[in-house]
Design a protein around this ligand. Structure first.
Ligand code: MN
Length: 333
């Protein structure tokens, strides 16, 4: 019997499948899109047919990626596939696909790096030690008899670049640099990729940022900072959810702040919170209190209530977590 979490198990499922539906989580980021495109490129080289689906399309700053034009709306998800591949999805309900589309395939392949991924696939390759799912897709492609061409290399590099915050976050490992260097050897131009991903901002996005920064508040002991995005701000700046990507890092970047928070209004009284830690606070534990999840340094959850109340609560959770950490240090010392 194949262990529940194994690269050979995923390799076998990919070799056995003929018609694939490849998808990732809602509001896809560079790792989600990069992982899908890289895997699709590799499987196409093996003569497999692939449909790449995304519930929220491809964000503008990733639309230049080779093969991005092949991404279909989730509604077009191919029901005739024999294998569904979910990439960078810590939980099965994070995809934009209907349960029918998900179960259309006989096999469900789960490749991911979120800690706590419950191995929901019939084949799973989950490694929380990987900096990005794109790094795992690289590993999977290396295990297959398929060349890794320029399109796949660019997609893998983009996933690693974005998920490590340009090689700044704590998941930036030697392996992250190694994998990235191997993509450069395949022809990827890092300066061009960075320009395409980060230096093509529409002016509305910066106008939105300026509105959001005006809402920035510090917690009582200045250890957390939170900003708010409302639907009214989107309307005023002609922007959308994808334009908020990365805003939370401004809150985290403040001197002395351990956790940055961004509350985004989804509906009246309902907010999606993004949490980003510098490392001392495990923000996935705070997200889990609200039914969310994520990584030690990056997590998210959906909350209900008034934004001031939610901000107050979240600040309290961060400061409590820091107190516990200090207490632990004192005990250990
Ligand atoms: Mn990821």
């Amino acid at each position: 019997m194949t262990p529940r979490n194994s690269l050979p198990g995923v390799r076998r499922a990919l070799l056995e499948g003929e018609r694939f539906l490849i998808t990732s989580h809602r509001n896809p980021d560079g790792d989600a899109v990069g992982s899908c495109l890289a895997l699709a490129a590799g499987l196409a080289e093996l003569g497999k047919s692939c449909v790449i689906a995304s519930g929220d399309g491809v964000p503008m700053n990733l639309a230049w990626l080779p093969l991005a034009e092949q991404v279909q709306p989730a509604a077009n998800a191919d029901h005739g596939c024999d294998t569904v591949v979910l990439l960078d999805c810590g939980a099965i309900d994070r995809t934009g696909l209907s349960p029918e589309a998900l179960h259309a395939g006989r096999a469900l392949v789960n490749i991911d790096h979120h800690p706590g991924n419950p191995l929901f696939g019939t084949a799973n390759w989950v490694d929380p030690g990987a900096c990005a799912t794109a790094e795992l897709v690289y590993q999977v492609l290396q295990s297959l008899p398929t060349p890794i061409g320029y399109a796949a290399a660019t997609a893998i590099y983009t996933g690693i670049l974005t998920d490590t915050g340009c090689f700044r976050f704590s998941n930036t490992s030697a392996r992250a640099f190694q994998s990235a260097a191997e993509m450069l050897a395949k022809g990827v131009d890092p300066s061009w990729v960075a320009q395409m991903v980060f230096d093509q901002q529409p002016i509305g996005r910066l106008r939105l940022l300026s509105l959001v920064l005006e809402t920035l508040e510090l917690s009582p002991r200045d250890k957390a900072a939170a900003a708010l995005v409302t639907r009214e701000m989107f309307r005023r700046t002609h922007t959308g959810v994808e334009d908020v990507e990365g805003f939370v890092n401004h809150a985290r970047s403040l001197c002395g702040v351990e956790v940055g928070l961004l509350l985004r209004e989804e509906a009246p009284g309902r907010y999606r919170v993004a949490l980003r830690s510098k490392g001392r606070v495990d923000v996935s534990a705070i997200a889990r209190l609200y039914g969310g999840g994520g990584h030690h340094n990056a997590a998210g959850a959906t909350l209900e209530g008034a934004p001031e109340t939610l901000r107050h609560e979240l600040f309290a959770h961060v400061e409590e977590a820091l107190d516990r950490e200090l207490l632990g240090q004192r005990k250990a010392g």
